[in-house]
Write a protein that binds this ligand. Structure first.
Ligand SMILES: CC(=O)SCCNC(=O)CCNC(=O)[C@H](O)C(C)(C)COP(=O)(O)OP(=O)(O)OC[C@H]1O[C@@H](n2cnc3c(N)ncnc32)[C@H](O)[C@@H]1OP(=O)(O)O
Length: 404
């Protein structure tokens, strides 16, 4: 085995990149995924690791914006397409890719990186932590709403892909800017989201679009006939509404669908409003798993981009094994006007924590006070923990219904 070299890729290396990606996921149909994902990202933003002339590992990133608490928009490196060809694993290929990628984001001033992890044990060592959680919901057909749920009576109608995408794009952009954890989307990302692509279709129908004047739902159907009758499933890809009444109308539409036994949504928020609208919330199957993983690339930029729930003045003593430029003591200070500074200080640390703890708390997904109970965050000055934890808290749980 030769010496490994890591470098950014050229546009003409897309085929080799997607070959590695498909080999890594043991899925031959991903070889053609360049068609699907190609328009979403630029190959020059991807890195490859080479053994001689052979590409044996790759990692890409999309340059997008994420809504952070405030709400405020923050540039994010959305990491995707990470894979190392079988037979080349545990040689440090991923480590080299993460090194190159985080150095590039640091150099170009992108404050945070984010990803969905295939396996939860991989990314903590590189400073990532789960920053949002998602619910897998299964709601039975016909589930009744409480009288407090007001359903907008205007009609929900089915439209084709082209019209549906146009309506969805406008509605999504209006909603995303206010929802912590939602990402901006390029035309390429939209294309990847709405195409009917066999590799991701599995046993589901092509995406279907149902629209309302103030919202939309993109879903796929799974047909099933049983001796007791039809038992179709509807699988929600995303449901977006700009008013609570439209949200209720879209859910009512799904829950009252003929032939259907269950509505599934794998990427619902953990505080999804439908859970508070049902007469019988126990009828819902709900499983919570990690969602978006975040890495603070530049701690100071990241901390200064978001807003805080309360004024705070605290010295954080931070460890960061993989990005040492974040290590050390930082004074985070916000005032009642929302003005925030995060600067290096020689003062004694009031809280000791790792960069992964700040990532976990960054969008409001985990409380620093809870992380302290697990021993990850240590308080050195009484009162510092509660004050800082409250400042990081958000009204609604962060959520990200992307799948990159
Ligand atoms: C954002 C995304 O795209 S997520 C998709 C990630 N890709 C996949 O899951 C595809 C299948 N898996 C792979 O391609 C590879 O196994 C990868 C990318 C997960 C790991 O690549 P490798 O080159 O083997 O990793 P590398 O040798 O750099 O390992 C670094 C460390 O991570 C650990 N590690 C690597 N993979 C895993 C894993 N799946 N679970 C737990 N630990 C892991 C290694 O043991 C090593 O630990 P050490 O530093 O204590 O020795």
């Amino acid at each position: 085995m030769g010496e490994l070299r890591t470098r950014s890729l050229r546009a003409d290396e897309a085929e080799a990149f997607f070959d590695v990606f498909s080999a890594a996921f043991l899925n031959d149909s991903l070889k053609s995924s360049g068609e699907l994902y190609g328009p979403a990202f630029r190959m020059e933003h991807a890195h490859g690791v080479f053994d001689g002339d052979e590409m044996i590992g790759g990692a890409a990133r999309l340059e997008q914006e994420i809504t952070v608490p405030g709400p405020a928009q923050c540039p994010v490196g959305a990491v995707t397409g990470v894979g190392v060809a079988p037979g080349n694993r545990r040689r440090g290929v991923l480590t080299a890719l993460m090194r190159a990628q985080l150095d590039a984001l640091h150099e170009n001033g992108t404050p945070i990186a984010a990803l969905f992890a295939s396996e939860a044990g991989i990314y903590g060592r590189f400073g990532y932590a789960p920053a949002s959680f998602e619910s897998h919901l299964v709601v039975p057909r016909g589930a009744a709403f409480l009288p407090t749920a007001e359903v907008d009576g205007r009609r929900v109608r089915e439209v084709g892909r082209e019209q549906g995408t146009e309506i969805a794009q406008a509605c999504y952009s209006a909603a995303a800017a206010a929802r912590t954890g939602w990402l901006s989307r390029s035309d390429g990302s939209w294309q990847a989201r709405v195409l009917d692509w066999p590799a991701v279709r599995s046993d589901l129908s092509a995406p279907r679009f149902a629209v309302h004047p103030d919202g939309y739902v993109i879903y796929r159907a799974k047909r099933a006939w049983t001796p007791r009758g039809p038992a179709y499933q509807l699988h929600v890809a995303e449901l977006v509404a700009t008013t609570p009444q439209a949200y209720a109308a879209l859910w009512r539409y799904l829950l009252d669908f003929d032939l259907v036994a269950e509505v599934h949504w794998r990427k619902a928020a953990i505080d999804e409003p439908v859970l508070d609208m049902l007469v019988d919330p126990r009828a819902v199957d709900r499983r919570v798993v990690d969602g978006l993983w975040v890495r603070l690339v530049d701690l100071d930029r990241a901390l200064m981009t978001r807003r805080y729930a309360a004024p705070v003045d605290v010295v954080l003593d931070v460890t960061d094994r993989f990005c040492p430029w974040n290590e050390g003591r930082w004074r985070l200070r916000t005032d009642a006007t929302g003005s925030t500074t995060a600067i290096r200080t020689e003062d004694a640390g009031q809280l000791s924590l790792d960069i992964t703890d700040l990532a976990a708390a960054y969008l409001g997904g985990s409380a620093l006070a809870a992380l302290a109970r697990s021993g990850r965050v240590v308080e050195h000055e009484p009162g510092a923990l509660v004050a800082t934890s409250r400042a990081f808290a958000t009204d609604c749980a962060p959520h990200c219904q992307e799948g990159f």
